[in-house]
Ligand binder design. Structure first.
Ligand code: BTN
Length: 255
């Protein structure tokens, strides 16, 4: 198989993000590291991120970035995943959504996650996308503690998920585009799209903030990439980090 010059294809590696960070000196804008077998992936907040067979695991190198741009780029990566998939698969506009800060959901179940890391002025944006995962088999094996309601895969909606290379090409194109938008005007240019895809907007939720749990309703995402929460005590809070523990999706005309 011949690969485009920007692609490093590794037969196996612990983590494409770790590999990219370890070899950062040889990368430039738009380079991509991919492996079909990631053995020790990393997720948000230092968690291990298990990738069963059929997950697309790749890291995209973008430069330059300033420190404050990393969370913006990670959010924009969710949009890039959505645009790439909508170009390659016929999907209703309400199928794919973003759950702050880094999840892409398909009909409310996790389809992809993003981990953005920086070696300034470079950013390594890792994407794990459930392309062709047999979750029934994976969950039955008990290696991973999830329920079928939490996860999904492209193979659940199409018998022929797009091949890896066309997916990487699209993801890379949209990430480069998003990087340009953020460099020139921050997140502002992407906020309308984020608002449209924000599955937490208007939903009752509980967020673990590091200083305790905050209960309220999602009130959008601001220009700094923070989650806005209208808390039950009446104040509007802006969270730069946190983990949404529970959220109750309001059906917004999807059924
Ligand atoms: O959902 C999350 O917590 C983020 C998951 C990010 C996983 C991807 S897979 C490619 C890249 N390499 C890693 O080790 N992590 C990211």
């Amino acid at each position: 198989m011949s690969f485009p010059p920007w692609l490093t294809w590794l037969d196996e590696c612990a983590s494409t993000n770790t590999w990219a960070l370890q070899h950062i000196d040889k990368f430039k804008q738009g380079d991509v590291v991919f492996t079909p077998r990631q053995t020790s992936g990393r997720g948000q907040q230092g968690r291990l991120w298990y990738a069963p067979a059929g997950v697309l695991t790749a890291s995209f190198i973008l430069q330059p970035i300033a420190p404050a741009e990393l969370p913006l780029l990670s959010l924009a990566a969710g949009l890039a995943v959505i645009h790439a998939l909508e170009d390659l698969i016929s999907l209703p506009a309400s199928a794919l959504g973003i759950k702050w800060p880094n999840d892409v959901l398909l009909w409310g179940r996790k389809l992809a996650g993003v981990l953005g890391e920086a070696r300034l002025p470079l950013a390594v944006v890792g994407v794990g996308l459930n392309r062709q995962v047999d979750w029934e088999m994976v969950l039955a094996a008990g290696t991973i503690n999830l329920t079928p309601e939490q996860v999904t895969s492209l193979s659940e909606i199409t018998a022929t998920p797009p091949d890896v290379l066309p997916l990487l090409v699209k993801l890379r194109d949209y990430l480069l585009q998003a990087h340009g938008v953020i460099r020139h005007g921050g997140l502002a240019g992407l906020l309308p799209q984020l608002r449209q895809r924000d599955v937490l907007y208007g939903c009752p939720l509980i967020v673990s903030t590091g200083q305790g749990n905050l209960t309220g309703a999602g009130a959008g995402i601001d220009e700094l990439g923070r989650l806005l929460v209208q808390s039950n005590n009446g104040s509007l809070q802006a969270l730069a980090a946190g983990r949404v523990l529970r959220w109750e999706a309001l059906r917004r005309g999807q059924e």
